[in-house]
Design a protein around this ligand. Structure first.
Ligand SMILES: Nc1ncnc2c1ncn2[C@@H]1O[C@H](COP(=O)(O)OP(=O)(O)OP(=O)(O)O)[C@@H](O)[C@H]1O
Length: 312
């Protein structure tokens, strides 16, 4: 499948990946990936289990060497000696963050602060930022999965990183916590922090990232804004129409000979599926019904529809 346009020039990119591959014997975990993420961008990486997301993350962090290709963060190749300084600007939340059950939340952050050689003074404020101030003195053993995840996120924020890599950061979080999490991410983005995030929860990510890459079998199958990917896929749209007296025949008649992929009536509404290119013609046709149209809603294909189109 052709990747969508929209990839910005890699010249000013904070994260630049060119032809990166990682092979484990016959397994091509990552296979010729090109990617450029701009400063201050909130970038999503999605894909099925085993698509290669975590492996690519670890390569971008310089944690595992690439079999082939080049990866540079803030201009420094991850395999070079200059990367040591860049690493200080990076925060990382791994898929399975390792925490010590016997430490309290605050002790945990102090411990990570020491490892990162950053001052411990901000640890209390960080716990507050991720909503764990009330549990700062409790041992991690007593933390719920969501609380552990928040603590992992706090650890990633130690030292005010300029580039954040978050692998499945919302696992275990309840809906309110997910919302709070993205508020924090937007705040960080406004400060110019670059965020790269993986997620399996497409509905969650679709309205929140600036751009995303869909990975499958180690390759980037598509790259762009959610809207650009929708358009590249040319998936049909749905018009949901509520019409006076549930007069569905009037809707059918108004549409006349316009190409309609599907038309369904339920709950007093008519759902009309049309190709994107017919969108404005369908609007115009429905407008002829005047006040007999009581409500109208256009449903874009979800990221899930796009995802299955690109990753199957
Ligand atoms: N150390 C390793 N040795 C051998 N194969 C590996 C290794 N690490 C990853 N793989 C393989 O590489 C492929 C990509 O794995 P990866 O963990 O990057 O996928 P993922 O997209 O992060 O999956 P998930 O969503 O399940 O976390 C898989 O087939 C996996 O089995």
């Amino acid at each position: 499948m052709q990747a969508a346009a929209e990839a910005p020039a890699s010249a000013g990119a904070v994260v630049r990946v060119r032809g990166a591959s990682k092979h484990y014997g016959a397994v091509r975990a990552v296979d010729g990936v090109d990617l450029a993420v701009q400063r201050g961008e909130l970038f999503g990486l999605i894909g099925h289990n085993g698509a290669g997301k975590s492996t690519l993350f670890k390569m971008m962090l310089g944690l595992i060497p690439a079999t082939a290709g080049e990866i540079a963060i803030d201009g420094a190749p991850v395999s070079g000696s200059g990367f040591r300084a860049v690493r200080r600007k990076i925060g990382y939340l791994p898929e399975n963050v390792v925490l010590y059950d016997n430490l309290t939340g605050l002790e945990t952050l102090h411990f990570f602060a020491k490892l990162k050689s950053v001052p411990a003074a901000g640890c209390g404020a960080l716990l507050e930022r991720v909503g764990l101030a009330h549990a700062a003195g409790r041992r991690v053993r007593e933390y719920s999965k969501g609380m552990r995840q928040r603590l992992g996120f706090a650890q990633a924020l130690l030292g005010r990183p300029q580039i954040l890599f978050l692998d499945e950061p919302t696992t275990g979080l309840d809906p309110e916590a997910i919302r709070e999490f993205y508020v924090i991410l937007r705040g960080l983005r406004a400060e110019g922090v670059t965020v790269i995030i993986t997620s399996h929860i497409l509905a969650e990510i679709q309205e929140r990232v600036d751009r995303l890459a869909i990975m499958a079998a180690g390759k980037v199958q598509a790259l762009g804004t959610v809207q650009a990917l929708r358009e590249a896929m040319d998936l049909p749209l749905w018009f949901d129409v509520r019409v006076a007296d549930s007069d569905f025949t009037a809707v059918r008649d108004a549409l006349g000979s316009l190409p309609v992929a599907a038309i369904e009536a339920h709950d007093g509404r008519v759902a009309v599926q049309v190709r994107r290119e017919s969108k404005m013609a369908v609007f115009a046709a429905l407008a002829t019904l005047g006040e007999r149209v009581l409500d109208l809603h256009v449903r874009e294909p979800s990221l899930e529809d796009v995802f299955f189109g690109f990753s199957d």
